[in-house]
Design a protein around this ligand. Structure first.
Ligand code: 5CA
Ligand code: ZN
Length: 418
């Protein structure tokens, strides 16, 4: 699948300190410590509705990770999937009387346009579930062979399941107790009551063909991939085992990332699937998590159509810490708009206060578990001084604009939208 065009990232002098991020599994902030090539997988959209600000916040957080790693001199091999075969697509397409494939491709196109407008760096590999079916079939075959998977005793629908106890370390990613696992498993797409499973929390690997559902031929019977194995194989086959960062929203901590990891570990000889499990907080609206099922959405494409500058949306979302659950309000956007205006006016001045201390602070805050609120504060202080007429550096405005573009993805020279 093609991704979207890359914004230019200016080369900026110097480089930041090594990135440290909170790891859900180890429950602490620790160095990301990648080799020359940093490897990152972030779970992509299920394309049945338009990108909302929750999705945008998650992709902007990982875009900042990407930019900070590049600033430290790393190449970043970034992989993202698209869950383009799943129940929500079939349900929405049936409701709206359209083909689920057309629904998916239309929403993917809109997502590309939203990511382009937000100046998110594209993944190197952007892979749909449908494109990876052969990889899933190969993996499910291996898991059956090794005994990590089994076929339920059901002649009509011989679904394939993964044994949650196959790796012996199951649960290390979320650290949830059994009761919490059972609750989230049932709430987030699992099927604890499916007859024939050995354990209610064993997860679906291959769903045998049902009438009216798409299916692919496989040695263990026609069907379609389960959700977690899709992300396991797309990541493993491109980044290898023990890649640096597995990312997504906190709603994916369990079951999705626990099983993606367990499947990957059962396939690749038990080595820890990802070194770092990084999760973003949930963006909400009117007191509730923003979700397609609740319908309380602010869509990026709608804001764009209203003439809102995507750079202001970007600054609005980065003004909160990526791990915090937080609400999107009218004030969040107003502050983003006002900040963007101040920064643009400040870098348009012929002179400003010397930039180096500010640049150092911005880099240090970002390296410290992506503290974007403090990075924005440091830039506010510089812009405030510049606008007050302080400082006589003729290089500082360009230097600040370069740093804001490279690290925060905001082009302060761009003509204003809206
Ligand atoms: N296709 C799967 C992942 S393999 C999926 O969760 N798709 S999604 O469209 O529902 O979500 C896409 C990404 O946005 C995921 O990383 C998810 O964790 C994140 N996300 C969803 N809702 C929110 C929200 N309200 N706030 C922040 N992030 C969110
Ligand atoms: Zn995923």
């Amino acid at each position: 699948m093609h991704s979207w065009p890359s914004p230019t990232v200016p080369e900026i002098a110097g480089s930041g300190p090594a990135l440290r991020l909170y790891d859900t599994s180890d429950a602490q902030v620790k160095p990301v410590a990648p080799g020359r090539v940093a490897t990152m997988y972030v779970c992509g959209i299920t394309p049945y509705d338009a990108t909302h600000l929750g999705h945008a916040a998650t992709y902007l957080a990982f875009d900042t990770v990407n930019r900070v790693l590049r600033d430290q001199g790393h190449d970043v091999h970034y992989v993202q999937n698209i869950t383009d075969v799943d129940d929500p697509l079939f349900e929405r397409a049936a409701r709206d009387g359209i083909d689920w494939r057309d629904l998916g491709s239309g929403e993917i196109e809109l997502f590309r346009a939203d990511m382009t407008a937000l100046r998110v760096l594209p993944p190197r590999d952007y892979i749909g579930a449908m494109e990876s079916v052969d990889e899933v079939i190969d993996a499910v075959g291996k898991l059956l062979e090794s005994g990590a998977a089994y076929v339920v005793d059901d002649a009509e629908y011989p679904d394939v399941y993964f044994r949650a106890d196959a790796t012996g370390v199951f649960g290390y990613e979320s650290n949830y107790d059994r009761a919490t696992m059972e609750r989230f498993f049932a709430e987030r797409g699992g099927d604890p009551d499916r007859p024939g499973k050995r354990d209610p929390i064993d997860a679906l690997l291959w769903r045998a063909a049902r009438p009216g559902e798409p299916s692919w031929e496989a040695p263990f019977g026609p069907g379609r991939p389960g959700w977690h194995i899709e992300c396991s194989v797309i990541a493993l086959n491109r980044l290898g085992e023990a890649f640096d960062i597995q990312g997504g929203g906190s709603d994916l901590i369990f079951p999705h990332h626990e099983y993606s990891a367990a499947h990957g570990e059962a396939l690749a000889g038990q080595r820890r699937f990802a070194r770092h499990y990084v999760h973003t907080g949930m963006i909400g609206l009117d007191g509730e998590k923003m979700s397609k099922s609740l319908g309380n959405l602010v869509k990026v494409s709608v804001l764009r159509a209203e003439g809102v500058d995507p750079a202001a949306v970007r600054l609005g979302l980065l003004s909160g810490h990526y791990r915090a659950d937080r609400m999107w309000t009218a004030a969040t956007l107003d502050e983003g708009v006002a900040r963007l205006d101040r920064w643009r006016r400040a870098v348009a001045l012929p002179t400003g206060p010397d930039a180096e201390a500010t640049v150092e602070r911005v880099r240090a805050h970002l390296a410290n578990d992506l503290d974007t609120p403090k990075a924005l504060d440091a830039l506010d202080a510089w812009a405030g001084d510049a606008l007050a007429g302080l400082g006589s550096s003729t290089e500082a405005p360009d230097r600040i604009a370069g740093v804001v573009d490279a690290l925060l993805g905001v082009d302060l020279w761009a003509p204003q939208a809206g």
